[in-house]
Design a protein around this ligand. Structure first.
Ligand code: AMP
Length: 191
């Protein structure tokens, strides 16, 4: 399987659909949010730095993130394809990802963009707060994360379009429909 970048606003389902894709196509999975939460849980230096940013709904600085991503990528089993979930989130991260992969003679593969209306996103995140108790799933931090997404991350959509790898999937009210559309697309690409 080619590499996949899954892209979308907080609450758009990147983690959920990544899990489904990983199961079906037996790929590697890098969730930068999960990597950071594990560092926080482990009480590492990196975790201490990351916590302040995450709690405020802000992005961890690019240089740090790019370094974490390269290390995590190099620790994945080779040859299976990796799904990047939550990375890149800025143009600088996207440029760095492209360069990092090119240096390893790999390419970015495909980008899957999840398009979900903001009302649905907010409802999902508030529901996740109840179910999973993530510290950054409270209304104040969610608003900040949406703002960061619009200002820093959403412009990446056009960057991927220019790279010729952007594929959009729009929420129509059903998770099964969304997964079906994504699988149909990936099956076709996979031959
Ligand atoms: P997520 O689980 O993907 O929603 O990420 C949770 C939080 O981790 C984000 O709100 C950011 O504070 C931080 N984070 C995750 N991925 C990145 C990234 N690629 N760049 C900067 N910060 C990130």
């Amino acid at each position: 399987m080619k590499n996949i970048i899954i892209f979308g606003a907080p609450g758009s389902g990147k983690g959920t659909y990544s899990d489904e894709i990983v199961k079906r196509y037996n790929m590697g999975h890098i969730s930068t949010g999960d990597v950071l939460r594990a560092e926080i849980k482990g009480g590492t230096e990196l975790g201490k730095i990351a916590q302040g940013y995450i709690d405020n709904g802000q992005l961890i600085p690019d240089e740090l993130m790019i370094d974490i991503l390269a290390k995590t990528y190099d620790s994945m089993p080779a040859g299976k394809g990796v799904i990047f979930d939550g990375f890149p989130r800025t143009i600088a991260q996207a440029e760095a990802l492209k360069k990092m992969l090119a240096e390893r003679k790999h390419d970015m593969g495909l980008m899957i963009e999840l398009i979900v209306d903001e009302e649905t996103l907010l409802a999902r995140l508030l529901n996740r707060a109840k179910e999973q108790g993530r510290a950054d799933d409270n209304e104040v931090t969610i608003k900040k994360r949406f703002e960061v997404y619009h200002n820093q991350t959403a412009p990446l959509s056009a960057w991927f379009e220019k790279e010729g790898i952007r594929n959009t999937f729009t929420w129509k009210g059903s998770k099964d429909v969304m997964i079906g559309e994504i699988f149909d697309f990936l099956d076709k690409v996979n031959g």
